[in-house]
Design a protein around this ligand. Structure first.
Ligand code: AMP
Length: 442
């Protein structure tokens, strides 16, 4: 597709920003119902069956434009209903075209878990239709995917590597595509999928609709849009602060060796509906899961060393609520979308601050309330500050009886002068960063 200058059209509409603003002067967005979006009866039936009673702001914004067939770049995180925002128009528009043996739409996603999740969401919204949706991702024998493709697929959801594999074998053809979706485009570029995505896009028909969804829009995403989209409308649904406003965020100062005991006490205190406990390493994930299973019911773990069938099984159990506490690494934790996750526990702080935003975004889905706790060792004050700067929010310090004593017994790293002024009765725990006054106005 020719490289053409982008005519960036910004559309002021029902954004999360408007919805979550405290400022009374911000006009309330007009309430939009699914019935005002011009959807078919069968789609209205599917939405009722899914118990989606009203569109999320992202859906109210994206669906009408996507239904016209125009290109669109939407800045939206997971958890905002973005999957249905592109799935609904795709399903509606497929009605208009002849069914061909090859897919009419393809959705490219960064991870296997997201491929399954998006396929399931599409299947849910295809209620009442005969739409065939196939997920193509690595870690699964390619044979069964080929069999599914041979039976015919209207929509394909896949990770770029596996999609290319099928293209090379000739088991997937893209000539009948009407619509291409790049979901979590920033994440796909982050993990080095650009060459694969470009190879796939070059094999798509020139006349098509391209929808690009991304949590962030940086130069890389812009370049992709400029090269492969035609006059996209741009819609910004990014919330005013990076982590959703519905999430309470706390931290504990805790020494490495006491983290596990703190975790058990925290779970006992909070009694989470469902929680993800994030660890930095695969071995750490296994270890925490093993120990925690002896103390708490419904614990399982997921990480990149596990075989795909085992990962799928754990995700299914978690989605069904049979696993209550999932210990996970970032690689697989990032795309998890389970509405009942009430708690995120950062047992280890993430390697990059951006990952904090993604981890915490697993809770507080669709406007529900969520809470996130981070375990910060005395040496990690600076890492906590980095996270706070990124999200432009101060995390609240929390304490659990019996854990503060050890922290207070050790010598503080800072002089403590500032600490005393702010909080005279509470000496800073070891490595406590300079007090909050230093971190205001970030
Ligand atoms: P997503 O941002 O696509 O990952 O969606 C987040 C979650 O919200 C998923 O579990 C969806 O099934 C759910 N969801 C999407 N749209 C709606 C809606 N309009 N009403 C209620 N739940 C929804």
């Amino acid at each position: 597709m020719a490289c053409r200058p982008l005519d960036w059209k910004f559309i002021p509409l029902v954004t999360e920003k408007a919805r979550s603003a405290d400022d009374n002067s911000t006009p309330s967005p007009p309430e939009v119902g699914f019935d005002s979006l011009g959807l078919s009866e069968v789609m209205m039936g599917a939405l009722a069956a899914a118990e989606y009673h009203e569109p999320s702001p992202v859906q109210a914004g994206i669906i009408p434009h996507a239904l016209t067939g125009g290109d669109l770049l939407g800045q939206a995180r997971t958890g905002t209903g973005k999957t249905a925002a592109f799935a609904i128009p795709i399903l509606e528009r497929l009605e208009l075209v002849d069914r061909s043996p090859q897919p009419n739409a393809i959705v490219l996603v960064p991870t296997r878990e997201l491929a399954v999740q998006v396929r399931d969401e599409i299947a849910k919204l295809a209620h009442g239709r005969k739409t065939r949706c196939v997920a193509l991702y690595g870690g699964k024998p390619i044979r069964s995917q080929i069999t599914q493709l041979e039976k015919g697929a209207d929509i394909v959801v896949g990770t770029p590597g596996r999609v290319l594999d099928h293209l090379a074998r000739g088991t997937l053809k893209l000539d009948s595509l009407q619509c291409v979706v790049l979901d979590e485009a920033d994440r796909m570029l982050d993990i080095g999928f650009r060459p694969d995505i470009e190879k796939i896009l070059r094999r798509c028909p020139k006349k098509r609709q391209t929808l690009l969804l991304s949590a962030t829009v940086d130069k890389g995403v812009e370049r992709l849009a400029k090269s492969y989209m035609v006059d996209p409308q741009i819609m910004d649904f990014s919330p005013s602060s990076k982590a959703a406003d519905t999430i309470e965020q706390h931290y504990f100062t805790v020494e490495e060796m006491r983290k596990f005991d703190l975790l058990v006490r925290l779970i006992d205190r909070e009694k989470p509906e469902q929680a993800i406990v994030f660890c930095r390493t695969k071995r750490g994930t296994d270890r925490v899961q093993r120990k925690l299973s002896k103390k708490v019911k419904g614990v399982d773990c997921i990480h990149g060393d596990m075989q795909q069938p085992a990962r799928d099984r754990v995700m299914r159990l978690f989605r069904d609520g049979k696993v209550r506490i999932l210990v996970a690494t970032d690689v697989v934790g990032r795309g998890i979308d389970v509405t009942n996750i009430s708690h995120i526990i950062n047992y280890d702080l993430p390697q990059s601050s951006d990952d904090y935003v993604h981890r915490v975004g697993r809770t507080g889905r669709m406007g529900r309330e969520g809470v996130a706790y981070s375990f910060v060792t005395p040496e990690q004050g600076i890492e906590l500050t980095r996270i706070e700067m990124l999200i432009n929010t101060l995390l609240n310090r929390d304490e659990i009886e019996g854990f503060q004593t050890v922290a207070q017994a050790a010598p503080p790293q800072d002089s403590g002068e500032e600490d005393k002024k702010d909080e005279p009765k509470k000496p800073a725990p070891p490595g406590q960063r300079p007090r909050r006054r230093h971190r205001r106005g970030l």
